[in-house]
Ligand binder design. Structure first.
Ligand code: ZN
Length: 564
């Protein structure tokens, strides 16, 4: 039998039924699947169970589904679209197995397959009989085999966890998706109706006397005054009418019976499973108050006062403002609320305003509110990481300086820079370009209590540049070397692995350019390291735009566009 329990013709018939027609890709795929089943056997221990990945959406997944127990529906087949005509089968518990791919180098003898694969001719001009014939002849000879280990998300057990009901459409969804489903977050695949806005009744200014204002009303006198002249709940008097007209108001929203009724009606709308207490509409001030409790994380305090629907946040300590950038974007993408902050990784001082937030409409509907709140379910959007006062060990590397041939200029520059942050320099050591000597000096600094080691030079591409290797010997792990900031791209930042008795120790490697330029990557890295923010290559990669110093004649860093 050609394909498991089927001969060629039987499989062709089944493929026709399942796929609509016996596409060349599915016939070729069948040979690939059979080869994979054969090759994966030694990896399957005694249980014989495997998962599959198809690297294309075209045809191949159907060959896998017809010839193996793996389907998209049972979760054992994943389509991971790399665009390559390849599949893999691997042990369900270890991820180890084989990848089978269509090997371009082996297609010389099969012009029709090559023509089909590379789309050398339009489909209607391709000779489909010859193509099918070549596939039948070539069988598995045009494939190659690779050993692979799949990433953990493609094997093992995945518990979908608890199920809840979406707070908007009420359909059951996995709790890990949040309190509302993706469709209700605006990611529906259908053209659905938009939730109707709340209709509030407005009255003319003359009619407003004796009634209560429904929201704060702002007065602006250019260059003189901007603020809330009337607050929500204030009873408007006939004397206020002129002032309101001067403020440019012709019609205003007041608390009246009709608006109240709408309120009542909306409050009693039944059928909400979660957030039973969430009213059907939320006034901008109520929204700001709630945002004041939800948006800010550690060392951030929301202002007590809410005016004109806006709430602001203050830093409680000197430090680095750290944003959850992805969720901040998500929050603002809802369109119903905004949160604006100072730039990611800004240096902030205690008492400074770091962020501000407000609802966009006067009243948010329950749906709009839940959509915004859903973004916040994983916690705050920003916090302040305070600076630590580090015990700094400086290690000057380079044989010329060590031997006294050249005078060191690095130590005083570094000393001055770390003192700006109230750090103490506990020792300055010198080492020649020797991996062993640099390693020893780093160990000594660490043992003497340094919790930040700054090494200078030896970070370039020269064979004598051994600082990085020596730091690795001393336990430097998960470091970032090669940072998209100029000057200072050859900088290094990381940590020495924690050993039992020794505390955590950060490392910054400073290349020689820091002697020539006033501001380099070091000035960007130092405060981030002192604040212990979670640095990743991604973080720097996102900031490559702006990472080039403009070399202004009068330097105003950090009040400029350079780096973070
Ligand atoms: Zn929903």
């Amino acid at each position: 039998m050609e394909f498991g329990i089927y001969n060629y013709q039987e499989f062709k018939d089944i493929a026709t039924k399942f796929h609509g027609y016996p596409a060349p890709g599915i016939m070729l795929g069948a040979y690939m699947v059979e080869l994979a089943k054969d090759k994966v056997a030694p990896y399957l221990e005694n249980h014989g169970l495997y998962n599959a990945i198809s690297e294309t959406r075209q045809c191949l997944p159907d060959a896998i589904q017809l010839l193996t127990p793996c389907t998209v529906g049972n979760g054992w087949l994943t389509i991971c679209d790399t665009g390559r005509y390849a599949l893999s089968l691997f042990n369900k518990y270890t991820g180890k197995g084989v990848r089978i791919y269509l090997d371009y180098e082996k297609l010389n003898a099969y012009p029709a397959i090559l023509e089909w694969l590379m789309k050398l001719k339009p489909k209607r001009e391709q000779n489909s009989e010859q193509l099918q014939e070549e596939i039948k002849q070539a069988k598995q000879t045009i494939c190659s085999v690779q050993e692979i280990t799949a990433l953990p998300q493609y094997y093992g057990k995945h518990d979908k966890g608890a199920v809840v009901r979406c707070a908007i459409c009420h359909e059951p969804i996995p709790a890990q998706n949040g309190i509302i489903c993706a469709a209700c977050q605006g990611k529906s695949p259908y053209l659905t109706e938009k939730t109707a806005d709340i209709q509030l009744k407005a009255v003319s200014v003359e009619e407003a006397a004796g009634k209560k204002a429904l929201h704060d009303m702002t007065k602006i006198v250019p260059d003189e005054f901007k603020g809330a002249q009337f607050l929500a709940g204030d009873t408007l008097t006939s004397g206020d009418m002129c002032e309101l007209q001067r403020m440019g108001k012709n019609r205003i929203y007041v608390v009246d019976e009709e608006n109240e009724q709408q309120n009542q009606h909306l409050y009693t709308d039944a059928g909400i499973i979660q957030d039973m207490d969430t009213p059907q509409y939320i006034h901008e001030n109520e929204c700001a108050k709630a945002l004041g409790e939800l948006l800010g994380g550690k060392n951030v305090q929301s202002q007590k006062e809410i005016r004109e629907g806006k709430i602001s946040f203050l830093a409680e300590q000197d430090g680095i403002l750290w944003l959850d950038e992805a969720r901040l974007q998500e929050f603002n993408s809802t369109g119903d609320v905004i949160a604006v902050t100072r730039k990611q990784a800004s240096r902030v001082k205690k008492g400074e305003i770091v962020a501000s937030s407000r609802a966009v409409p006067l009243y948010l509907t329950k749906q709009q509110w839940l959509r915004a709140k859903n973004v916040l379910r994983k916690g705050a959007l920003f916090s302040v990481y305070p600076f630590r006062q580090a015990n700094v060990g400086i290690l000057i590397t380079g044989t010329e300086v060590f031997s006294g041939l050249i005078e060191d200029k690095f130590a005083p520059v570094m000393q001055k820079k770390v003192q700006q942050y109230q750090c103490t320099v506990m020792d300055v050591k010198f080492a020649p370009d020797s991996r062993e000597r640099i390693y020893k000096a780093v160990q000594e600094l660490k043992q003497d209590g340094a919790d930040l080691i700054i090494t200078t030079a030896g970070l370039s591409v020269d064979p004598d540049d051994v600082t990085r290797k020596a730091l690795e010997d001393a336990g430097l792990a998960n470091y970032i070397y090669g940072i998209p900031i100029l000057p200072g791209a050859m900088s290094l930042v990381g940590e020495l692995k924690e050993q039992d008795e020794l505390a955590k120790c950060s490392v910054i490697g400073v290349p020689a350019c820091a002697l020539f330029h006033n501001i380099t990557a070091f000035d960007v890295l130092l405060p981030l390291v002192l604040a212990n923010v979670p640095l990743t290559r991604d973080f720097f990669a996102r900031r490559a735009g702006g990472g080039l110093c403009e070399n202004c004649s009068a330097c105003t860093y950090p009040h400029c566009r350079f780096a973070v």
